[in-house]
Ligand binder design. Structure first.
Ligand code: NAG
Ligand code: NAG
Ligand code: NAG
Ligand code: NAG
Ligand code: NAG
Ligand code: NAG
Ligand code: NAG
Length: 529
């Protein structure tokens, strides 16, 4: 197995390539090594049904795919990018939803920093909303839960050091949503895997979040019921929330940046008694549904999952539209918890979440806050971000994770030395915005919102003031505490070529952005207080 190239760098690493197989234990096999020239592209195309887009405009690199057997009935693959111009750093990137596929786009973005980058398919081959692979298969669930990410980090590091014949100086992680969960889980199980982790909108509370995903949708079902709020009404609700909550931060810009300070009156949406056309208002049963959607889900007074956030309405279609709950909820209940593919949402009851909590199938849930102590002792740094307009995973779920960590480790003044939480006002799940809010900080899986170009979003923003991964590296390597990161959005929020629309500093919780005067669209008009 070897990468073919004209370049001297690879000729000298030829010997290292020859020992790839020797570096790996017998359960791991190198499936391919391919040389990619500068400006080239790489990926698996359509057969990677979760991540079918090849990463383009890559720097010169060697692309490796490895297969690892984990049990008699399970195995996973991982991809590794080894750039010619290596900066002696290692980066692992994560996945999304229940996706089974190597995340080539996030790898492509990571390699533009000069890092060696690894990504796993998590042990199955599926789109992000297909959970059928997990039925009656605890081995595959474990690969998805924690085994594939850990193995790909261990073997990826070994191959990296053999390839360059040099030690890795620093190791990082960047992942969002399920990727966020994978990173937190890996840190909790193996404190020495990473020096810094960049976590976005993590799906960390699997055993609670997935049942809630079904539960919250049941409030809005059946579609024929008088309680049902059609998804075209979500924008009507969003408009009213903005009307009532936007100005609290001092600027009327359509961005709700302090939802927790807004005392929202849903009755403002109530239909008048004599109204004929109800497409711009809510009936009494719909208002009850709305209050349920915002309410925390509790069982026996225990918080199961926080309710939807004010300001997230425009993105509720992620899990509140259609004639059944999202497969992210129902698929988990059917295939992870009950082993019953015929179960339907009409049968939902609270015993399901208690069952999920008791068995945590696949060991997915990243709830061992205590284990973060070892990561901290090693000098590890944790950057957590979450969009306040996230209608897929509520931002307060990250708040719960942070608060529990604060409680365990002596409070904010101590914990902020190694763990900081940044809310991103107006940002949807992981990236993008429906309200022109600055969102891009080069967080895990953000660049792929901008297309397949590996450099997407980095032009002009390639510094620690705007790029959270570079800021995290400075925090880890130079002890430079992250006081703020400037987020960016463009005239077309996913097209950097359309020109910068707005920039604003993101602040470590509990600080928040405060407008200090001038053009609200530029970062200098704001500060963290
Ligand atoms: C993606 O890359 C693979 C190999 O790297 C190639 O076989 C495939 O044709 C490419 N697909 C697309 C859609 O470009
Ligand atoms: C994944 O499964 C699809 C069929 O659903 C198949 O076409 C594809 O080749 C498989 N991909 C991999 C990487 O095995
Ligand atoms: C990976 O290994 C497993 C089990 O050892 C095997 O079943 C599978 O076919 C291998 N995958 C590939 C793509 O070679
Ligand atoms: C109801 O009102 C909406 C706007 O509020 C309008 O778009 C729609 O055409 C109206 N429908 C009818 C039947 O008048
Ligand atoms: C909902 O849960 C959050 C924790 O995420 C808590 O701070 C808040 O007080 C709860 N709200 C209500 C109304 O109980
Ligand atoms: C709750 O749901 C589970 C799974 O469908 C079922 O086995 C159980 O009987 C239900 N419990 C009640 C009290 O209905
Ligand atoms: C915004 O940019 C994306 C990606 O370049 C493009 O697909 C989309 O059509 C654009 N949207 C508008 C409204 O122009």
């Amino acid at each position: 197995m070897r990468c073919t190239t004209l370049y001297a760098f690879l000729v000298t690493s030829f010997i290292a390539l020859a020992i790839f197989e020797h570096v790996l234990p017998k359960e791991a096999t190198v499936l391919s090594t391919v040389f990619v020239e500068s400006g080239g592209s790489y990926g698996e195309g359509a057969p990677d049904i979760a991540y079918p887009s090849n990463s383009t405009s890559l720097p010169e690199l060697c692309a490796v795919i490895v297969n690892v057997t984990t049990s008699a009935i399970s195995s996973y693959r991982f991809g590794l990018f080894l750039p010619s111009q290596w900066n002696q750093r290692f980066l692992a990137v994560g996945n999304g939803g229940f996706a089974g596929g190597i995340n080539w786009l996030s790898m492509g973005n990571g390699v533009t920093y000069g890092h060696a980058v690894v990504s796993t398919d998590t042990g199955h081959n599926s789109t992000s909303t297909d959970v059928s692979w997990a039925l009656d298969n605890e081995e595959k669930r474990k690969d998805f839960g924690f085994r594939a990410i850990h193995g790909s980090v261990v073997f990826g590091k070994a191959l990296t050091e053999a390839f360059y014949r040099r030690d890795i100086a620093y190791s990082y992680y960047a992942g969002s949503s399920t990727g966020g969960r994978q990173g937190l889980k890996e840190v909790q199980l193996h404190a020495d895997s990473f020096d810094g982790v960049l976590i976005g909108a993590p799906a960390w509370w699997t055993a609670h979040q997935q049942p809630w995903t079904s539960k919250v949708a049941t409030y809005n079902l059946p579609v024929s019921g008088s309680n049902h709020i059609p998804s075209d009404r979500f924008s009507v609700i969003a408009k009213e929330v903005i009307k009532q909550c936007d100005a609290i931060d001092g600027v009327v810009d359509g961005i709700v940046s302090s939802p927790n300070e807004c005392d929202f009156d849903s009755l403002a949406l109530a239909c008048d008694d004599d109204v004929q056309n109800t497409s711009a208002c809510l009936t009494v049963p719909q208002l009850k549904t709305l209050r349920d959607i915002y309410a925390n889900y509790t069982v026996n007074r225990e918080l199961i999952f926080p309710g939807m956030e004010l300001g997230s309405e425009a993105t509720w279609s992620m899990i509140l539209s259609g004639d059944a709950p999202s497969a992210l909820g129902d698929g988990y209940i059917q295939n992870f918890v009950l082993n019953d593919p015929d179960w339907t949402w009409e049968q939902y009851n609270d015993s399901i979440v208690l069952l999920a909590e008791e068995f945590d199938p696949g060991g997915c849930t990243a709830w061992d806050y205590n284990a973060l102590g070892k990561f901290r002792e090693r000098g590890g740094k944790l950057f957590l971000f979450h969009g306040l307009a996230d209608g897929g995973i509520v931002p307060r779920a990250s708040g719960v994770f942070y608060e529990r960590t604060l409680d365990l480790f002596g409070g904010l003044n101590i914990v902020r030395d190694w763990f900081r939480l940044f809310y991103i006002p107006g940002m949807e799940h992981v990236g993008d915005t429906p309200v022109g809010a600055p969102w891009f900080i080069s967080g895990g899986s953000q660049a792929s919102r901008l297309g397949s170009n590996a450099w997407a979003g980095r032009a002009g923003l390639d510094d620690p003031q705007h790029d959270a991964l570079l800021a995290l590296m400075d925090w880890v390597e130079k002890g430079m505490i992250i006081k703020q990161v400037i987020a960016t959005t463009w005239t077309n929020s996913t097209d950097p070529d359309s020109g910068v629309l707005r920039q604003r500093p993101l602040c470590p919780y509990p600080e928040r952005q405060v407008y200090i005067g001038g053009n609200e669209k530029v970062a200098e008009s704001w500060k963290c207080v």
